[in-house]
Write a protein that binds this ligand. Structure first.
Ligand code: NOJ
Length: 483
């Protein structure tokens, strides 16, 4: 197989609040994660990506950072993190962590100084006496009164003020954050809102033909994807390449694949997350279009779930379809990202309104809580968990998704789909999606009925074949064609 590990690695995403609770307070933590690393290694993953555990008032569950180089006591200590890193490396798991450079917490000392009137600190954010008409991604206006007749910009929650990347102190500040974690031995960074950072100069009002949609930063072209932003990653790549082994940078670049491609390359981010299968409905032509677009702009990452979107069994309509999606992202050349609980086929939970915690819920009615309910393992959450689990949650421990995930990752290791190999896609009249590459052929039955498989050896299928050897509706299979 060509390339570095990250080009075809399987990365398991950990949302630490909901993964495993080491101290019995109802919130997951680093000790709980360390104790369960064997589960992740046992799946065959190459790496974990841990969403933020740095010091934070938790207004957006860690994406509001008040100290970038320490661990929030809710999750443990730096020593706990060192122990986690050591254990992960012993198990052969690389560790990727989140960095949040677009915004910080309103409790960050520099923002507090700005609010207290320190003019130099104010330059590091966006303060104005004439706010524009930009909306926040979480609903409502993107401006919050600072209490002195001015407003400050927050593209997300009011407790998440945006850094001013045109201030010359911002870039070196984040260089130091990277060096801190890379110096500890962290293997890579997932860059939150990597396409944010710079805003259009002068923060002009929206053009008359632009109406941003709630929840979608990219629908405000003035607030993201500015020409200066990809340049930031040249500097970050130099820093990452200065370590042995080189560290990896994966950006959340929620743009069309052609535009996202400007953020990656040998002198920029290694990879950008691709959300094609996250936004595509269960529809063969939509998947074909998503997959084709992604493959046109390597390096490719395949993602079907994360902590921001409705769980796949609910989004695609059935548990079987979610298993097929799992086999799809693991069965294509490129990197595959799994979200915790995907291996148990967890559905989206309808969290009672009174228990919802997502800051976006209060502002816009959008709630991501349903995909963040703690994992079902019995020993994990002694106290009532921070989000309630539905009755019978433990039954997912016996989900057929678990053996499927293990078997598919093991097969993938043996068969090594090569990210450099071309993929030949097609869809036929039965809504049978086929993706052929050198290692094997992926078939997904996306229509209403069962479909025949191409001649060859069926390596794995997400559901048993019918008695006639057909692939049932809503299932996927990998077939090694006859030579
Ligand atoms: C993207 C993260 O995935 C999401 O959870 C967070 O709310 C926003 N960025 C803001 O940091």
């Amino acid at each position: 197989m060509t390339g570095d590990w990250w080009q075809s690695g399987v990365v398991y995403q950990v949302y630490p609040r909901s993964f495993a609770d080491g101290n019995g307070d109802g919130v997951g933590d680093l000790a709980g994660l360390t104790a369960h690393l064997g589960h992740i290694a046992g799946l065959g993953a190459d790496a974990i990506w841990i969403t933020p555990f740095q010091v934070s008032p938790q207004k957006d569950h860690g994406y509001d950072v008040s100290d970038y180089t320490d661990v929030d006591p809710l999750f443990g200590s730096l020593d706990d993190f060192r122990a986690l890193l050591g254990r992960a490396h012993e198990l052969g798991l690389r560790v990727i962590i989140d960095i949040v450079p677009n915004h910080c917490s309103s409790e960050h000392p520099i923002f507090r100084a700005a609010l207290a009137g320190d003019e130099s600190a104010r330059q590091r954010f966006h303060f104005t006496s004439t706010p524009n008409d930009w909306p926040s991604v979480f609903g409502g206006p993107a401006w919050e009164p600072a209490g002195d007749g001015t407003w400050y910009l927050h593209l997300y929650a009011p407790e998440q003020p945006d850094w001013n990347w045109r201030d010359p102190r911002t870039a070196p500040f984040f260089d130091d954050v990277l060096r801190f974690w890379f110096g500890l031995g962290v293997d890579g960074m997932r860059v939150d809102v990597a396409y944010g950072l710079f805003k259009a100069p002068g923060l002009p009002p929206l053009p008359p033909d632009v109406t941003p949609s709630p929840g979608r930063l990219r629908s405000n072209p003035l607030a993201c994807d500015q020409p200066e932003t990809p340049e930031v990653y040249r500097r970050w790549r130099e820093i990452a390449d200065g370590y042995d082994p080189p560290r990896v940078l994966i950006g959340e670049v929620n743009l069309e694949p052609a535009r996202a491609a400007r953020y990656t390359g040998p002198d920029r981010l290694h990879q950008a997350f691709a959300f094609g299968f996250v936004v595509a409905p269960w529809d063969a032509r939509a998947w074909l279009a998503a997959g084709t677009a992604l493959l046109e702009h390597p390096p490719v990452t395949w993602v079907a779930e994360n902590h921001d979107v409705v769980r796949a069994p609910t989004r695609y309509g059935t548990p079987a379809r979610a298993r097929a999606a799992l086999l799809t992202i693991l069965g294509l050349p490129g990197a595959a990202y799994l979200y915790q609980g995907q291996e148990y086929g967890l559905p989206e939970v309808d969290v009672p309104e009174a228990d919802r915690q997502d800051p976006a819920w209060r502002r816009s009615g959008m709630s991501r809580d349903g995909c963040r309910v703690p994992l079902p393992w019995p020993e994990g959450f002694a106290a009532p968990p921070w989000l309630p689990a539905p009755d019978g949650w433990e039954r997912y421990l016996d989900s057929p998704s678990l053996p499927l995930t293990r078997a598919a990752i093991a097969l993938r290791r043996d068969l090594r789909p090569d990210p450099a190999d071309p993929v030949e896609w097609s869809v036929d009249g039965d809504d049978r999606l086929i993706a052929r590459h050198r290692a094997f052929t992926l078939v997904v039955a996306m229509g209403a009925g069962p479909v025949p498989l191409p001649d060859g050896e069926v390596l794995i299928s997400s559901d048993p074949l019918t008695r006639d050897g057909l692939l049932p509706a809503g299932a996927a299979a990998w077939v090694r064609p006859v030579a």
